[in-house]
Design a protein around this ligand. Structure first.
Ligand code: GLP
Length: 242
């Protein structure tokens, strides 16, 4: 079942979404959290940091597994998702860094790296709560629109629309990596709970597609409607066409 929580604006979305993650960590201190990057979750990570600072949240037993990573960017590159997670969350909370995981974008052996990551997810015993953003074309993680839903972690060629959308973070469009490693839809769908966040007018058309269009791999996020425990926390602008 997909539940929709409508929020006033970005900050309201961030607080409400962070509260859902906070509840998960309070109820199960050794939760496995599936984490996401992109601009949308930054505010909710800030709220989680605040929760840690004021003594509400203890991350010392939490384990994390991220959705995706660009292929070929060094970890210290400020657009690598490794760098992003450290800057926006990990270095501000009491998480054990050995218990945080991302695909290794520096491993150019795609098959080997994707196999390793799939095994890792399995070995963690499943994801308790998976956080997701959504791309303008409906991608989740880096599962781009395709003819079929990918099951496991795989290497994907980014679509032109994603390269254009993410160019804002790089010096130029030419600098955006063309390939990325991403968890598959199958792995995402095995998470016990899923929390997806969306903000702003630009996301309104794809949120409408996700909620009301056909379930199709051409709109990867639409598959979430087949999951039994999903919540979309989105602001009024993102929900303005629904
Ligand atoms: C990126 C990420 C996704 C993210 C999406 C939307 O390419 N791989 O995980 O959800 O794009 O990003 P934003 O939140 O900045 O709109």
């Amino acid at each position: 079942m997909l539940k929709v929580i409508r929020t006033k604006n970005y900050d309201d979305m961030s607080r409400k979404a962070a509260n859902i993650i906070a509840a998960q960590v309070i109820l199960k201190s050794d939760s496995v959290l599936g984490l996401a990057t992109g601009s949308t979750p930054v505010g909710l990570y800030r709220e989680l940091i605040r929760g840690y600072e004021n003594g509400d949240l203890d991350f010392s037993h939490v384990r994390t597994v991220n959705l995706d990573e660009y292929q070929g960017l060094p970890r210290e590159h400020d657009q690598s998702y490794y760098y992003f997670m450290n800057e926006n969350l990990f270095k501000h909370i009491n998480i054990n860094l050995d218990q945080t995981h991302l695909p290794d974008g520096t491993n150019m052996d795609a098959e080997g790296e994707c196999g390793r990551y799939h095994e890792l997810i399995e070995s963690m015993g499943g994801i308790d709560l998976q956080l997701l953003g959504i791309g303008n074309n409906g991608h989740i993680g880096f599962n781009e629109p395709a003819d079929a839903f990918a099951d496991h972690t795989h290497c994907i060629r980014l679509t032109e629309s994603t390269i254009k959308a993410n160019a804002r973070f790089f010096a130029s469009e030419a600098d955006v990596p063309r390939y990325a490693y991403t968890m598959g839809i199958g792995e995402i769908m095995t998470a016990k709970k899923i929390l997806i966040v969306a903000s702003g007018k630009a996301k309104a058309p794809i949120i409408r597609e996700m909620l009301n269009g056909p379930v199709t791999p051409q709109v990867p996020a639409s598959v979430l409607r087949f999951h039994k425990d999903v919540v979309l926390v989105a602001d009024e602008e993102a929900l303005s066409l629904v």
